[in-house]
Write a protein that binds this ligand. Structure first.
Ligand code: KG4
Ligand code: ZN
Length: 343
C-alpha cells in the first residue's frame, strides 16, 4: 500500500510517499525560505504562488525517488487545513485532481493531525498518548486516543510557541525561522544571564502563554547593542525560560490525566518546535518521572513535510475514512473537530 501526501499549508511544499510498513519511500520538501526572508515572516500570497510553481516538480521527484507511478498508489492525501488558505487550496486542489484523474481515494488531512500521528510512523507508539503539539501556529497539550479522536488538555492563551521563538529571533537580528537559529546561538550563551519570567509556572491547568515572555525579551534588550555574546546569552536565557514553562505545563497535564484515571503509553512531542533538543531533554525527564517513554520524530519530520501527511492519510485510509471531492479547504480547523471512528 502506497499513499501520496501533499503539504502546502505554510511555507514548505512537501510531497511524501509512505507505505503501510512505515517506510518513507520519498519525502521531498521545497522550502520557500528565500522568497519570504526579506519580509521576516511568511507572506501568504507569495506562499500560495510559490506552492503552485513547484508542486508539479515536487510530485514528479517524489514518484521518481519512490520508484513508483501514479498507478502504484492506493490513495492520495492532502492537507486541507488549517493554514494559509491560498496554499492549502493549491495542495488540496492538486490532491483532488490526482484523485479524479487516477481514480484514487482522496483523504483530507488536518495538518495538526499529521503532526500528531508522525510518531506512529517513526516509532511504534500505541494509543492513547500525551501529545505536545508545538509549532509556528500552535502550542497545545492533547490526549491522543485514536485517529480522529483528540482531547484538548491545554492550549496557548496568546502566542504560539514557535511564534515566540520567531519574534524574539527577529529582535535579536537572527533571521527567520527563528527557532533553529535561537537553538544554535544558545549553544554559545549563558542561560542565567537574563532572568526572564517563566509564564504560567505553577498555574492550575496546562494552558500556555508566551506573549509576556516576548515583551520581557524586548524590554531586556532595549538600548543594548546586539553583540554576538549578548545575542547568545539572550537566546540561551529565552530557550531556558520556554523549556521551564513547557516542562511545568507538561507535568500538570500528566497530573490531570492521573486524577482522571487516563493511562497513556507515551509522551510525544510534534511540530516544528519539537526539533529543539533542550526542550526535548526536559520533556524526556518528565516522561521518565511518569513512567512512560518520550518520543519526538527526527527534526526533518517535526517540521512541515509531505511524509507526515501521507502517513496520516494512510492511517485514515486503513480505517475507511475516505473523503469526497467536495470537501472544503479550511483556514481554521481545531484538532478536536477532526472526524474519526471512535466518537
Ligand atoms: O510545524 P512547523 O514546521 O510549521 C507550522 O506548522 O507552524 O513549525 C515551524 C516552527 C517555527 O516557528 C520554527 O521557528 C520552529 O517551528 N522551529 C524550532 C526549531 N525548528 C523549528 N523552534 C525551536 N527550536 C528548533 N530547533
Ligand atoms: Zn506544521
Amino acid at each position: 500500500m502506497l499513499v501520496l501526501g501533499l503539504e502546502t499549508s505554510c511555507d514548505d511544499t512537501g510531497v511524501g510517499i509512505v507505505d503501510a510498513e512505515k517506510n518513507i519511500r520519498a519525502n521531498v520538501v521545497a522550502s520557500q525560505l528565500a522568497a519570504h526572508k526579506p519580509y521576516g515572516g511568511v507572506v501568504p500570497e507569495i506562499a500560495a504562488r510559490a506552492h503552485l510553481d513547484v508542486i508539479d516538480d515536487a510530485i514528479a521527484e517524489a514518484l521518481k525517488t519512490a520508484g513508483a507511478d501514479f498507478s502504484d498508489l492506493s490513495a492520495v492525501a492532502a492537507t486541507t487545513g488549517p493554514g494559509l488558505i491560498g496554499g492549502v487550496m493549491v495542495g488540496s486542489m492538486m490532491g483532488k485532481a490526482i484523485s479524479a484523474v487516477c481514480r484514487l481515494p482522496f483523504i483530507s488531512v488536518n495538518h495538526l493531525e499529521a503532526h500528531a500521528l508522525t510518531a506512529r510512523l517513526t516509532n511504534n507508539i500505541d494509543f492513547p498518548y500525551l501529545l505536545l503539539l508545538a509549532s509556528g501556529g500552535h502550542c497545545q497539550l492533547l490526549l491522543v486516543r485514536g485517529v480522529g479522536n483528540y482531547r484538548l488538555l491545554g492550549t496557548t492563551i496568546d502566542d504560539a510557541i514557535g511564534e515566540c521563538f520567531d519574534k524574539c529571533a527577529k529582535m535579536l537580528g537572527l533571521g527567520y525561522p527563528g527557532g533553529p537559529l535561537i537553538e544554535e546561538a544558545a549553544t554559545q550563551g549563558n542561560r542565567k544571564t537574563f532572568a526572564l519570567p517563566r509564564p504560567m509556572l505553577g498555574r492550575q491547568g496546562c494552558d500556555f502563554s508566551f506573549s509576556g515572555l516576548k515583551t520581557s525579551v524586548r524590554t531586556a534588550l532595549a538600548g543594548k547593542e546586539l553583540t554576538p555574546s549578548l545575542v547568545a546569552d539572550m537566546a540561551a536565557s529565552l530557550q531556558a525560560a520556554i523549556a521551564d514553562s513547557v516542562a511545568d505545563r507538561a507535568r500538570k497535564a500528566f497530573a490531570m490525566l492521573k486524577v482522571q484515571d487516563e493511562a497513556v503509553t507515551a509522551f510525544v512531542a510534534a511540530g516544528g518546535v519539537a526539533a529543539n533538543r533542550t526542550l526535548c531533554a526536559r520533556l524526556t525527564s518528565i516522561a521518565q518521572e511518569n513512567g512512560v517513554t518520550f518520543v519526538s520524530p527526527p527534526p526533518r519530520l517535526c517540521t512541515d513535510n509531505g511524509a507526515m501527511v501521507a502517513w496520516a492519510g494512510l492511517e485514515r485510509f486503513r480505517l475507511g475514512l475516505i473523503d469526497t471531492l467536495d470537501i472544503r479547504a479550511r483556514p481554521r480547523w481545531p484538532l478536536e473537530e477532526v472526524r474519526g471512528m471512535q466518537k
